[in-house]
Design a protein around this ligand. Structure first.
Ligand code: HEC
Ligand code: HEC
Length: 161
């Protein structure tokens, strides 16, 4: 009898403990990021450093390995050069946000998801910017970025595991 009471009491304590933990982690999640003591952050924006793209459902099937992207080597480029619809307020939205590059099936469409990354004419697309950069590198006699072969280039080839 006594042991049953003890077990029941332990269960209640465990439940209370878990609830407290859940409350704590919820509190933690809602907490803004930790910054140095010398600033008081009024709003924050978190962004992924190293990413692998997930092909959205509805995009044509492809054998080309998923592309990777790292914000790090692009840190000297202004956010708005790529996130060209971002006004600096609120969250940065994904390229295929409704009304943007949301044409998934048709790669030729100007608003195609594919074109957001492969438009040779646009400086905010991966290929557009890298191709221009390669011209400059070649002029300076420097090694260009490997962008030509989709299977092995810096974008798709490197992310292949
Ligand atoms: C060289 C281009 C480039 C620059 C510069 C860049 N980004 Fe990105 N960023 C990307 C790409 C590509 C993605 C992934 C595309 C997507 O989310 O659809 C991305 C994704 C993001 C995401 C995640 C969006 C999502 O899908 O939820 C955030 C947030 C973000 N960037 C913030 C920033 C901020 C802040 C800066 C500047 C400090 C910045 N980016 C600079 C290209 C860039
Ligand atoms: C506005 C210009 C610009 C855009 C847009 C851009 N890049 Fe780059 N990218 C650069 C520059 C500049 C470098 C060279 C950085 C360095 O090594 O100094 C680079 C380098 C890279 C590298 C090699 C990084 C390394 O490890 O040295 C990869 C991979 C890459 N970009 C992927 C992408 C992908 C994927 C996209 C599109 C989602 C993209 N970039 C869009 C300018 C751009």
């Amino acid at each position: 009898m006594r042991s049953k009471t003890t077990i029941a009491a332990l269960c209640v304590m465990a439940a209370l403990f878990m609830t407290a933990q859940a409350g704590l982690s919820q509190q933690k999640a809602a907490e803004p990021g930790k910054f140095s003591a010398l600033i008081e952050a009024k709003s924050t924006l978190c962004y992924p450093l190293d990413i692998t793209f997930v092909r959205p459902a509805g995009a044509p099937k492809s054998n080309i390995p998923a592309a990777g992207f790292n914000h790090g080597p692009h840190a000297s480029i202004a956010c708005g050069e790529c996130h060209h619809m971002w006004t600096g307020k609120g969250p940065v939205e994904a390229c295929n946000t409704a009304g943007c590059h949301d044409a998934l099936a048709n790669r030729a469409d100007d608003m195609a998801y594919f074109k957001a990354f492969h438009n040779k004419e646009a400086k905010m697309s991966c290929i557009g910017c890298h191709a221009k950069l390669n011209e400059e590198l070649k002029e300076k006699g420097k090694e260009p970025l490997n962008i030509a072969n989709c299977m092995t280039n810096i974008c798709h080839g490197a992310a292949k595991k």
